[in-house]
Design a protein around this ligand. Structure first.
Ligand code: GZL
Length: 308
């Protein structure tokens, strides 16, 4: 019995402990950092043995991590797919190895939905709609044309595809809005600033609104707008998504007009989902995280209570 207890598969693993392999997108934004903290606080805990990997926003690193988790024969694999496509082969390998997969935050495009047990995360199309509805409401009484530039998230990622879809579903109904530029800033402050600089050079002072798929790109763009001698939040109204602390600080300073909350703090829900999947219990295919909308006038009061 003693020899068996020491065998390689379960060395150091307590009875009843769930070994989880988690592949995170990277550390590209404040949102991602908060999400990692939430996942780790829930899974670096009794009952779990967490193997965590950061992919630096590269799909090949995520696929390598998933293959490593399969080789280590973890009990459950969880990951936030950096892009929607290209996952079928490795997900089939996980299925063949009998290892259930949980998607967190972002979706995948696969022909066989049985390749993953559940997706827990936000409804990005609705987040895009909320940004569009805020812009419509904030443009009441304003004449056209209202010239809009858009900083897209990571090319091919579910949030970038869906936020764009939801935003345009709403504003394309109003002929005053003209989308003059739309390009990816890869969800980072640095790239957001760089692309906004290019937009400003190309469009001069003829930009009325910036829609950024996340707050980090909006914060980078705010720097570019100021360096161009314009006033963010006034000369160019800005709406972005995530609701991170930096966005509340920018709104408090009058430089950002609204942020659509995208809640990263689903670690505890994920832990319960993983327990249920491991126990073979039926789980919902889609778990949507609840979230709100925050505007400039609410920022100062809301800031102290923000958890990320
Ligand atoms: C959204 C998440 C996005 C955030 C970005 O759930 O996938 O990735 O909006 C992050 O800040 O980089």
């Amino acid at each position: 019995a003693i020899a068996l207890a020491g065998c390689s598969r379960d060395a150091g693993k307590q009875v009843g402990q769930v070994t989880v392999g988690f592949s995170q997108v990277g550390a590209e934004s404040e949102w991602r950092t908060a999400n990692t903290a939430s996942v780790k606080s829930a899974l670096v805990a009794p009952g779990f043995d967490l193997k965590f990997s950061d992919a630096q926003q590269k799909q090949e690193n995520q696929i390598k991590a998933l293959r490593s988790f399969i080789a280590q024969r973890v009990d459950v694999i969880a990951f936030s797919p950096v892009v929607e496509s290209g996952w079928e082969p490795v997900l089939r390998e996980a299925k063949a190895a009998g290892i259930p997969v949980v998607l967190t935050d972002r979706a995948v495009k696969v022909s066989d939905a049985s390749l993953y047990a559940s997706l827990i995360g936000s409804d990005f199309i609705e987040e895009g709609r909320k940004a569009g509805r805020w812009l419509l409401q904030d443009s009441t009484g304003k004449p056209g044309p209202i010239r809009v530039v858009e900083l897209q998230g990571t090319v091919g990622s579910a949030p970038a595809i869906d936020r764009m879809k939801g935003f345009h579903e709403v504003i394309d109904t109003d002929p005053r809005f003209k989308l003059v530029r739309s390009q990816s800033g890869d969800f980072t402050r640095a790239k957001g600033k760089e692309v906004m600089e290019a937009f400003l050079k190309a469009e001069g002072g003829h930009i009325d609104v910036l829609f950024a798929h996340n707050d980090d790109m909006a914060i980078g763009a705010i720097q570019a707008i100021e360096e161009a001698g314009l006033t963010p939040g006034k000369d160019i109204r800005i709406v972005s998504i995530d609701g991170v602390r930096g966005a509340f600080e920018a709104m408090k300073a009058g430089k950002l007009n609204a942020t659509i909350e995208c809640n990263p703090l689903f670690g505890a829900q994920l832990a319960q989902l993983i327990r249920d999947v491991h126990a073979g219990k039926p789980v919902p295919k889609r778990i949507v995280v609840e979230e709100g909308v925050f505007t400039q006038d609410q920022a100062a009061a809301a800031l102290p209570g923000r958890k990320y």
